[in-house]
Design a protein around this ligand. Structure first.
Ligand SMILES: [Mg+2]
Length: 364
């Protein structure tokens, strides 16, 4: 099965409500979709969102990286030797992890199709279903409480609450949500780098004293401040999850070796795709560190790939794959099925995707 063409499109999906974090506000998904075609007619699908504030990637930068640097090195190669394909993509240019991820997802989809097996079974096959949390955007307190109650009514038992853009309000936000949702709900807190190390310790201890019983606090301090995150991890009881601080496998080694966090959040758009994600899962497993599988504002192509990775490995114990749950509609046919908080894979080969409506060809 030889690669003959790489085609680029955009996919637009409106969100149910604007997505707001300490870093940005987004009203609709506009993501790049890549199709990799082979001489046997099989097509692999990949996707990348433009997450400029986290990965530095935009639609034009992702498209340019694929068109001019990655795709020319793949045309004519077979999809069989995945180790070599990974090295070809990785060495095509530095950074540009979203572009690399989009292409790599499509190649893994093709490998699954080549062997006629769902991707999660190729990668490890640990589980049959996942339970994802859902994000509650950072807003005025009453609005966040309303969104949290609505999410609980939709069947989401685990809420990931965004805070960090107004330190004075964060404790009030979280305690008000805790009081409004069912007692068996689980709260995860994501500060998106919004606190200083000292603020983080003070806020988290206050939350502990208030009985919030958070499952974890995600990325309390700046991505580069590994020493600051280690200080937070050492001084609170609540598990700390590294997100923006861990892009690569070597980042994960550093975080785990220095005990800077208790948990690691894997995202395909940070690792540059499934190969790097599986590498982090293996490192974490060797060290007994549990992982979360997260996503950016991704549609059903990229989130399906992340779901397959999470289904494959037992060490990935927490799931934050709510991109599709935030969307008003789903133009992707097949792929993972998202029924409220429960994610199950399609049993078709690769990602199990059979087509995508409304793709707009991307000319660069
Ligand atoms: Mg995060």
């Amino acid at each position: 099965m030889k690669i003959t063409a790489v085609r680029l499109y955009t996919m637009n999906i409106p969100l149910i409500t604007p997505f707001k974090t300490a870093l940005r506000t987004v009203n609709a998904i506009e993501n790049l979709v890549v199709e990799v075609e082979t001489d046997e007619g099989a097509v692999g699908y990949g996707e990348a969102p433009p997450t400029a504030v986290i990965t530095g990637d935009t639609i034009p930068s992702i498209a340019g990286a694929i068109q001019y640097f990655i795709a020319p090195k793949l045309i004519g190669r077979t999809v069989d030797c995945f180790d070599e394909l990974h090295d070809v993509i990785e060495s095509s240019m530095v950074h540009n992890t979203s572009a690399k991820a989009a292409v790599e997802i499509a190649l893994y989809d093709l490998v699954g199709k080549r062997w006629n097996v769902p991707l999660y079974k190729l990668l490890g096959g640990a589980k049959q279903r996942l339970e994802t949390d859902i994000t509650i955007s950072v807003n005025p307190v009453e609005e966040m409480v309303r969104d949290a109650v609505t999410a609980a009514q939709r069947g989401f038992r685990i809420l990931k609450v965004k805070v960090g853009n107004d330190v004075a309000l964060d404790v009030e936000r979280l305690t008000a949500i805790k009081a409004a949702i069912p007692a068996d709900s689980v709260i995860r807190v994501d500060a998106n780098q919004g606190w200083t190390p000292r603020q983080a310790v003070r806020i988290i201890k206050t939350l502990e004293d208030a009985g919030l019983d958070a499952d974890l606090v995600e990325q309390p301090v700046k991505a580069h401040d590994i020493e600051g995150m280690r200080y937070v991890t050492a001084n609170v009881d609540t598990p700390i999850l590294a997100d923006e601080s861990v892009f690569s496998a070597s980042d994960a080694i550093e975080i785990i070796r220095t005990h800077a966090a208790d948990l690691v959040n894997i995202k395909l758009m940070k690792t540059g795709g499934l190969y790097g994600a599986m590498s982090i899962a293996s490192i974490a497993k060797a060290c007994g560190v549990e992982c979360m599988m997260g996503c950016m504002l991704e549609g059903n192509v990229a989130v399906t790939a992340a779901a397959h990775a999470a289904l494959a490995r037992g060490i990935i114990t927490r799931i934050d794959l709510d991109g599709p749950a935030l969307c008003k509609s789903n133009p992707v046919h097949g792929g993972a099925q998202f029924t409220d908080s429960i994610i199950t894979p399609a049993e078709g080969p690769g990602l199990g995707i059979t087509g995508i409506d409304g793709l707009i060809p991307l000319e660069i």
